[in-house]
Design a binder for this molecule. Sequence first.
Ligand SMILES: [Zn+2]
Length: 329
Amino acid sequence: MAKRRPGSKVEPARGLELGGRTIEPGTAERLEIPVARLPTGTWLSLPVAAFCGASPGPVIWLSAAVHGDELVGVAVIRSLMKRLNPATLSGTVLLVPVVNVFGLINESRYLPDGRDLNRSFPGSKRGSLASQLASLFLDEIVKKCTFGIDFHTGSGGRTNLPQIRANLDDPETKRLAEQFGAPVTLHSVARDGSLRAAANANEIHCLVYEAGEAGRIEREQIRIGVEGSLRVLEALHMMKNDGLSGPKPSVIARDSTWVRARRSGFCQLRVGLGDLVKEGQAIATLSDLLGEGEAVLKAPEDGVVIGLSTKPLVNRGDAIVHLGEPEHG
Ligand SMILES: [Zn+2]
């Protein structure tokens, strides 16, 4: 059987079945797919904006807040909602601004029982709440698509340079990652239990956009996410973007490494996101609370700073600086 490629499964311009309804060609609908009740009895639902184009084309999804406190992607998707027009769209775009609705209302990365949704895929209908939510999202959204973009930020106490993470060994995924045009594109294989791994297991390819930190949003992170997504839609021949420039060249990194604290204490960073550093360069200073016993943390190799700890107080072994290794560095 021929391997399916992103965007290669061209759907006729017919309605899409979703949440027990049919979204007709040339229309956009907002719907709520019920997940479970809170202990109070209130239903929590997956919010979905479905844009079903008047012309045939691929079906793709964009999702955010799989980790409930990661809000940059929520802002990206809210902005994209205003840019999509079903009358001129070819194919279907499913926007899911919040997947982990339980985490979002608790301002938490996790489900109420502490499980990580992005380690719970593919999930099951009889598993934990995380497992059931993973299964529902996979069946209702991902499996209807040929391609997707999942939006994340650094986890608690870490911030990320806007970057795409994807399997760059797949030529079509690499092409779409380049069209997204984030400052850095990092090759990575999907982690077990993640949404990306579950999509890949169904031969559905996926980009992960990482930018910023949990609980915060910045305009530049949103701009890069919105413009990148629009360029990907154009690269899939789903729409045209008048007035949007082409992608800037991205630093391609085939690998990355976290540089860890060699002592506990107070940490002062000497680099910022996006900085290019040389092997042996001082990237942080660690000392005790009175400023004594200073230890300089050095870059183990040349690289680009793609992530940072935002915590001034660190324990020995804490990850401090995430370095991407440029392909032609
Ligand atoms: Zn995340």
